[in-house]
Design a protein around this ligand. Structure first.
Ligand code: URA
Length: 225
């Protein structure tokens, strides 16, 4: 049997390694296991501080990035900017490396994805976003100190709103916008902040620049003071 590149590290409430909730993603995973036997090829667990004030929600693993390394954004183009920015703002200990075998730890931040399995053509569908939401709910319920959620892109923004049972029309996605969500899950008073996704497409087209991304983290840092 081929040795996998990296062993996934699961947290309580993560999707199980053999999750079959999404037929399309399960079939795609089976194809990818044949094509790339050394990759992780499974639902990527969350990564970071188990009891954070900041939760970052991405879209879904990239084929040769998180789907290979079993760590969100690790080995993905988007991870270069995300982990560099986390380091700049003091949220990391250690040095990020693209294969994930770097001993990196995150302080006060946890990273997860709206959909935990790599989707064909990098595009999730609504059914998969819904199937995967219980794992996001678990994550939020398990994070007693949580204050702010950073949604990277529209899919993450919508998934967070649905998690809290909130209307999308009441909270329009806008880069660097803060949305106080109110006291909507138990005693949690959570604020949502949006950013354009730090994808290759968005950075190449300059929809998202490094300065714009850092502005979001400056706002988060002020918020958490
Ligand atoms: N990799 C991830 O884990 N999530 C994203 O949203 C993009 C790349």
């Amino acid at each position: 049997m081929t040795q996998k590149a990296v062993n996934p590290v699961f947290m309580p409430g993560d999707a199980p390694e053999d999750c079959t909730l999404c037929p399309r993603l399960t079939a795609f995973r089976a194809e990818n296991r044949k094509k790339y036997p050394a990759f992780y090829n499974g639902p990527v667990p969350s990564f970071g501080d188990a009891d954070p004030e900041l939760l970052i929600v991405g879209l879904a693993p990239g084929m040769k990035g998180a789907n290979q390394t079993a760590r969100p954004f690790t080995g993905d183009y988007a991870g270069d900017l995300l982990y560099a920015t986390l380091a700049k703002f003091g949220y990391t200990s250690g040095t990020y490396q693209t294969m994930g075998n770097d001993g990196l730890t995150l302080k006060n931040v946890l990273i997860t994805n709206a959909v935990r399995c790599v989707p064909p053509q990098n595009k999730t569908i609504a059914e998969e976003e819904n199937n995967c939401r219980p794992f996001l709910i678990n994550q939020i319920n398990n994070s007693g100190r949580l204050k702010i959620i950073l949604a990277l892109g529209l899919v993450a923004h919508k998934s967070v709103l649905t998690t809290f049972g909130l209307k999308k029309s009441a909270f329009k996605f806008a880069h660097n916008a803060l949305h106080p969500l109110g006291n909507v899950i138990g005693d949690k008073n959570i604020t949502l902040i949006d950013s354009y996704h730090c994808s290759r497409y968005n950075t190449n087209t300059r929809r998202l620049t490094v300065d714009m991304f850092e502005d979001v983290f400056r706002k988060i840092q002020n918020f958490l003071k």
